[in-house]
Design a protein around this ligand. Structure first.
Ligand code: URP
Ligand code: ZN
Ligand code: ZN
Length: 462
């Protein structure tokens, strides 16, 4: 079955040009002007941008986090992603039982996702302790499962200490694996959480005060030095939120450190800590790292504009405001951390980024589509519109407007952080491997249609 997308404005990370795309089966067959094929079904894209399907490399579907479980399973969460123009995700695994092998969560995540995901999906492994078998399993899992990235945490219960981080980075350097890192200084956070609790300062507004920007900056600086000590091991810093953290990134880039990439998220680019002023609204934004100030937001946009950051992913980790989030109403330390965002990302970034001229359209494609695939071994199969690539794409109408509201969204969660935000530009159609899976915000795909993505090596590990 062939499809021909006619007269669109084709967007890549390097240019925007008028043209057509011919699709045969699951793949892009040709990109050009004046393409014709009598056997192809024609999709008129006049006046629309044609983008590669967006790729979200930081989601937490069905995440068990302490007492609470994220409310999107791999079906609801990927339907939401699809309706937001995302055609592939790479999900971060939850921690497994203490002392478990790395294979434990690999098996668990196949159980959670296989047969449910509606878009293509892969996993990042998680390392929660270090010993010889864990270090051996990294390579085994990369080779057998195509899981070529593993995440480590510098805070939370299963954080790694500096010596463990260094061992993991040394191993990753040898095996060509990327280490994704949640950077926050655990000691300072624990001290501040205890101090605020003892002083009776337990309202949600104390959450950001217990995780100051310098906690992030110190951990970013430390992990960059550790990666440098491991001969510039492949490193990916997740969810950068602050101008102080950014300063450390800029310093490392200026020093010539290689093989590292940095991600930020739409919430750190568009929302601020003013959300913590109201005790109830604050619960919606209890996430780690927390929302920061306007200066941080502006610094992150500037870094995107300067090509200093590499990826914009969501950290989608939804808990219901009316249920799970209320655990933090009187004690922020009891609130599950995380917020939804997988469905909002492309619309918010197009409107707040491209329409407001903070980034260009090619930069949007780079940050949401192409670079995520390069960093995590999916390029050029995904993240671009080249002949031979998967026919994953989005038709976006720049003239349409939408008021974001939870009522029109597809996640199982009961709120959006962007309620009432008017976005310019809307998604008309989403195609996954040649099949239309979303039209005008209606999901048309099938449960289980997502394909498991065995990934190759990252460009950070070449
Ligand atoms: O608050 C957040 N971000 N929750 C999800 C887990 C993580 O730290 O990425
Ligand atoms: Zn994190
Ligand atoms: Zn996360």
């Amino acid at each position: 079955m062939k499809k021909l997308i006619k007269n669109g404005m084709i967007c890549t990370e390097s240019q925007v040009f008028p043209g057509d795309i011919l699709i045969e089966g699951e793949k892009i067959k040709a990109v050009g002007t004046g393409l014709a094929d009598p056997d192809a079904e024609v999709i008129d894209a006049s006046g629309k941008y044609v983008l590669p399907g967006a790729v979200d490399v930081h989601t937490h579907m069905d995440l068990q986090a302490g007492k609470h479980r994220a409310v999107d399973d791999f079906y609801d969460g990927t339907v939401a992603a699809a309706c937001g123009g995302t055609t592939s995700i790479i999900d971060h695994m939850a921690f497994g039982p203490e002392g478990c092998s790395l294979w434990h969560q690999v098996k668990e995540y196949h159980r959670l996702a296989d047969g449910k995901a509606v878009i293509d999906y892969g996993f990042h492994g998680v390392i929660q302790h270090v010993d010889d078998s864990v270090l051996r399993e990294m390579k085994e899992i990369a080779e057998k499962e195509g899981i070529t990235s593993f995440k480590v945490y510098m805070t939370y219960d299963f954080m790694l200490k500096d010596d463990e981080l260094l061992q993991v980075l040394n191993q990753a350097k040898k095996d060509g694996i990327v280490i994704a890192v949640h950077c926050e200084n655990d000691g300072v956070i624990n001290y501040l959480r205890k101090k605020y609790t003892e002083e009776g300062c337990t309202q949600p507004k104390y959450h950001p005060l217990s995780r100051p920007a310098r906690c992030e900056a110190e951990a970013v600086d430390r992990i960059l030095h550790l990666a440098a000590m491991a001969e510039d091991a492949p490193l990916y810093i997740v969810h950068l939120s602050s101008k102080e953290g950014l300063l450390e990134v800029r310093k490392a880039k200026a020093s010539g450190q290689k093989n590292f990439a940095v991600e930020t998220c739409p919430q750190y680019l568009t929302l601020t800590d003013s959300m913590y002023q109201d005790d109830q609204e604050a619960l919606k934004a209890i996430m780690s790292p927390p929302l920061r100030k306007k200066e941080d937001r502006d610094a992150l946009w500037q870094a995107l504009s300067d090509d200093v950051l590499d990826v914009v992913a969501t950290d989608h980790c939804p808990f219901n405001y009316r249920i799970e989030k209320q655990a933090g109403a009187d004690d922020f330390t009891a609130c599950p951390n995380g917020a939804p965002g997988v469905e909002e990302r492309l619309r918010v970034m197009f409107s707040e980024g491209v329409v407001k001229k903070r980034i260009t359209l090619p930069q949007l494609v780079k940050y949401l589509c192409t670079n995520p695939c390069r960093m995590y071994g999916l390029y050029p199969e995904k993240g671009t519109l080249l002949p031979g690539s998967d026919a994953d794409l989005v038709l976006l109408d720049p003239e349409k407007e939408r008021v974001l509201t939870h009522r029109d969204m597809h996640s199982a969660v009961d709120y959006t952080c962007y309620e009432g935000m008017t976005v310019k530009g809307d998604i008309d159609l989403v195609m996954q491997r040649g099949k239309v899976i979303v039209k005008e915000n209606v999901f048309l795909g099938q449960k289980g249609d997502g394909k498991y993505l065995k990934r190759s090596k990252s460009i950070l590990a070449e």
